[in-house]
Design a protein around this ligand. Structure first.
Ligand code: ADP
Length: 356
């Protein structure tokens, strides 16, 4: 073995194996063992062993992608193997784990495919409606009706595009660059205000409860977006004349924001999937509610970039509680928790008064 090669191999980030002319592995780095490339003193992956022999034969450098299956964990690893002759006797194989990159690429491809599919529905509907308007040119009532539906579809399209943009911005889950102090009360009020009109239309009471004066560390707009999505869902998936309660509670490290509704709830079998992009429990229902299936995945990414999390508890037919847990900024002692009220928050009332 050339002098110093052991040291070189040990500093490489990729797995490395050195194979002699008897196909024996004379030197391998630790990751080469953990990836399962070497067993005893032999190359354990047939495709890699073949590649080593070809390179030894003609001296050409070769590169290939391999899928390794770990029989114990049953997990697969995607690697890139680069094989080169090192001397007349020895062949060097460098193997890099590309699993994460491949997974990210697959997710991105999926996302693009899903987005295209989701955009097709409202665009197709708009196209049909435009045709219908053309054909109904001398029937003013029909024109008005179709135009109204065109507005609904274009609103859906706008919302979908907005959410796709938000999601693609958040998807990296990178920690926030510059977390700011965010006042929880005003975020809760913003979220409640956003849903006040929809809540009023269904006679749903929107209640702001829990501790006041709490602060979190984060990005106010993102937290407002996440909380707004959770409150909007609570209203959407609740029957009329029910209650939605938004409550804040400070712990040592985190602030828990809980949104509780008395709505349709989520079947236990679906609960693990609702945070996936475009996932809807009842896609048929969606045509009427106009949901995109992106709201909760936005919430999940906001939680992740803040170093927090989102949890859900739900019983089908009884209601759901979503908890968004975000890092607390400990400052002045929080004010005592007021008695739970059944009154709508003042913000919601203000909104209600403002609308006829
Ligand atoms: P959508 O735009 O469809 O509301 P989300 O990602 O926000 O998308 O939610 C995904 C799915 O989770 C919804 O389609 C709905 O089936 C379910 N869901 C979300 N929030 C609630 C809730 N508060 N009560 C019942 N089901 C809910």
């Amino acid at each position: 073995m050339p002098p110093g090669i052991g040291t070189v191999l040990s500093v490489l980030r990729s797995s490395a194996l050195l194979v002699d002319e008897q196909d024996d592995v004379v030197k391998a780095s630790a990751p080469a063992y953990s990836l399962g490339l070497v067993r005893g003193n032999r190359v354990a992956v047939d495709e890699l062993a073949d590649l080593v022999r070809q390179v030894r034969r003609d001296g050409q450098i070769r590169e290939t992608e391999l899928l390794l299956l770990n029989p114990e964990s049953r997990r697969s690893t995607t690697v890139i193997a680069r094989v080169a002759p090192l001397s007349s006797r020895l062949v060097l194989a460098l193997v890099e784990d590309r699993t994460r990159e491949r997974r990210v690429e697959a997710i991105r491809r999926d996302f693009v495919a899903n987005v295209s599919h989701e955009l097709k529905t409202p665009v197709g509907a708009l196209n049909l409606l435009a045709e219908a308007v053309q054909q109904a040119a001398d029937d003013p009532d029909a024109v008005t009706r179709f135009a109204g539906r065109m507005q609904t579809e274009s609103a859906r399209l706008t919302r979908l595009v907005q959410q796709i943009i938000e999601l693609s911005r958040l998807q990296g889950d990178d920690p926030l660059d510059d977390p700011q102090t965010v006042d929880v009360d005003s975020i809760v009020s913003r979220a409640i205000d956003q849903s006040a009109i929809d809540a009023q239309a269904k006679d749903i009471q929107l209640v702001h409860n829990g501790q006041r004066g709490l602060e979190i560390l984060g990005n106010g707009d993102e937290v407002a977006l996440a909380l707004g999505n959770l409150v909007a869902n609570a209203v959407t998936y609740s029957p009329g004349h029910s209650r939605v309660v938004v409550s804040a509670k400070g712990g040592d490290m985190m602030v828990d924001l809980t949104i509780t509704d008395q709505g349709i709830g989520i079947p236990a079998s679906e609960i693990d999937r609702i945070f996936e992009r475009f996932y809807r429990v009842d896609p048929a229902r969606h045509r009427s509610t106009g949901g995109t299936g992106l709201g909760l995945s936005i919430v999940k990414h906001v939680a992740a970039s803040h170093g927090g999390e989102v949890r859900v508890w739900s019983v089908e037919g009884q209601g759901s509680t979503f908890t968004l847990s975000l890092p607390r900024r400990a400052t002045r002692p929080a004010q005592p928790t007021p008695e739970p009220t059944s009154e709508p928050s003042t913000d919601a009332l203000r909104q209600q008064e403002a609308t006829p």
